[in-house]
Design a protein around this ligand. Structure first.
Ligand code: PHE
Length: 492
């Protein structure tokens, strides 16, 4: 209706000089006129010019008095024409706000005698305040002093009124057809597509952000590490299982059954199923033998090896539990085929029954690499570590002698961290012992060099995260996944 009124009027008239008056004359809400004018202007049906006017409007309090009368008049009317009324009684008759303001104003106007008892001083009063408020409500003007006194009593406020003067625009037409946004089957059937005006495409409209998955920083770093391993010709080991037997996790690695790491304080043992179903019996015998009485130049540990201990299921404490199985399979293969060297790697989750703090969780990810070949020495290990870590951007390495039950010699790996200005431990490494390799069936001249490190450590350094609980676990803020940058290690 507003649109028809505007376009219709402009057909025969030069301009609508004031949208406010135009609306009032036709009994249309001005806000509606404004909306239509804005929309018509957007499509250049009309040209507009802003009009701004300051007008006085009633406050909530002002509106109340315009309807019910001013407090002073309400108070005056509550005082009897003859005699007097006690203050208490008068107070009971009126609203507390009205009573207070009424007393002040009626006293000021000398309409009543104030005191313990209140009586009229005049017989008749006029509600000038209410009349003034009604005039303002009707959009009429009142004089300056009256404005000031109503303003002082906060009964009116100044409001900027915005409207338009409106003329025909370049696309003016007496009627606006709503542009079609879609070409429908019905349009085609009826043939009315010929007459339709289609809405233009808005190529700069922003689409909704696509809902898609995001990679966790650990996955990004993991992918880059896999690239590095593959560049170096390493094959990935199948680590897709968390449960292992103690045998593969510890015994096969020449880790004695009394070793503290095999305690439930450090290892999560499974209740159901609590034991493994099968182990390669011949090999189990070899392992038992080497633990108890040694061989291959070793004295062994000299204790009674128990099968029950080896059968216990656990959540693997290191991915070396997979390495032991892969190496065993390799040695078995070498028994019937010519031995061929192998390079293996894995990156997967491991579990340790540890107290959780800002650098430790009870589960984390381990990166493990190993090379199995004839005639390998410690120099080969140092060489491959330097090659591997330099691809991660760590080319200053130092090695410190260390101990692992399954490697000899063993080395902790340190890297100089430019940011921290110090040497930080980044991993563990060594050459697998003959006590581990020979029972598997490897020939004497085959050795294995290996190393392991956590995935969390380099990820935290790369992404500047200093609390591991901000990286992994139930407290992680999901925006970490949505906002984290690409991982650029390994790209050179
Ligand atoms: N398994 C070792 C650990 O859990 C890492 C390691 C792997 C050490 C291979 C030496 C050789 O820390």
């Amino acid at each position: 209706m507003a649109e028809e009124a505007i376009l219709g009027y402009l057909e025969n008239h030069e301009e609508i000089s004031d949208s406010g008056e135009f609306a009032a004359e036709r009994g249309i809400d001005h806000a509606e006129i404004v909306n239509v004018v804005k929309s018509l202007h957007g499509f250049r049906f009309v040209d507009t010019q802003d009009i701004k006017r300051e007008t006085w409007v009633l406050t909530e309090e002002g509106k109340k008095y315009a309807a019910e009368g001013s407090p002073e008049v309400q108070l005056f009317l509550a005082v009897p024409a003859e005699g007097s009324i006690s203050k208490d009684e008068l107070q009971k008759k009126l609203d507390s706000g009205i009573f207070k303001i009424g007393c002040t104003q009626a006293g000021k106007n000398k309409w009543v005698e104030m005191g313990k008892h209140i009586s009229r001083k005049v017989q008749h009063v006029e509600d000038k305040v209410k009349d003034l408020l009604l005039r303002i409500q009707d959009g009429k003007t009142i004089d300056k002093d009256d404005i000031n006194s109503l303003k002082a009593r906060k009964l009116i406020v100044l409001q900027t009124w915005k409207g338009y003067s409106v003329r025909k625009g370049p696309n003016y037409a007496p009627k606006r057809k709503k542009p079609a946004t879609d070409l429908t089957r019905e349009n085609l059937q009826r043939g009315d597509w010929k007459e339709l005006e289609f809405k233009e495409y808005n190529f700069s409209a922003k689409g909704p952000p696509p809902e898609c998955g995001h990679l966790h920083p650990l996955n990004k770093v993991k992918d880059r590490l896999k690239d590095i391993f593959r560049q170096l010709n390493f094959e990935e080991m199948p680590t897709n299982r968390y449960v292992e037997s103690s045998f593969w996790n510890f015994d096969a690695l020449f880790q004695p059954q009394q070793h503290p790491a095999r305690d439930s304080h450090d290892t999560f043992f499974l209740q159901v199923p609590s034991t493994t179903r099968q182990l390669p019996e011949d090999y189990v015998e070899q392992v038992k033998e080497v633990h108890e009485s040694g061989g291959y130049g070793s004295r062994g540990y000299g204790y009674e090896w128990k099968r029950d201990e080896a059968n216990k299921n656990l959540l693997r404490t290191h991915t070396t539990a997979i390495s032991s199985q892969m190496l065993y399979a390799l040695a078995q293969h070498a028994k019937v085929h010519p031995f061929s060297p192998k390079r293996y790697f894995s990156i997967d989750r491991v579990f340790r029954n540890e107290a959780v703090d800002r650098t430790h969780l009870a589960e984390f990810h381990q990166i493990e690499g190993l090379v199995c070949d004839r005639g390998l020495t410690l120099s080969h290990l140092i060489g491959i570590l330097e090659d591997f870590f330099s691809r991660l951007g760590m080319s200053k390495l130092r090695f410190k002698p260390a101990y692992n039950p399954y490697t000899e010699p063993s080395m902790e790996i340190f890297s100089y961290h430019e940011g921290f200005g110090k040497w930080v431990e980044i991993g563990n490494s060594g050459m697998f012992r003959p006590e581990m390799l020979r029972p598997m069936g490897f020939p004497e001249d085959v050795s294995v060099i290996a190393w392991g490190l956590s995935l969390e450590r380099p990820t935290m350094i790369l992404y500047g995260i200093d609390n591991i609980r901000d990286l992994f676990g139930h407290k992680v803020d999901l925006t970490l996944m949505k906002r984290n940058p690409l991982c650029l290690i390994g790209i050179r």
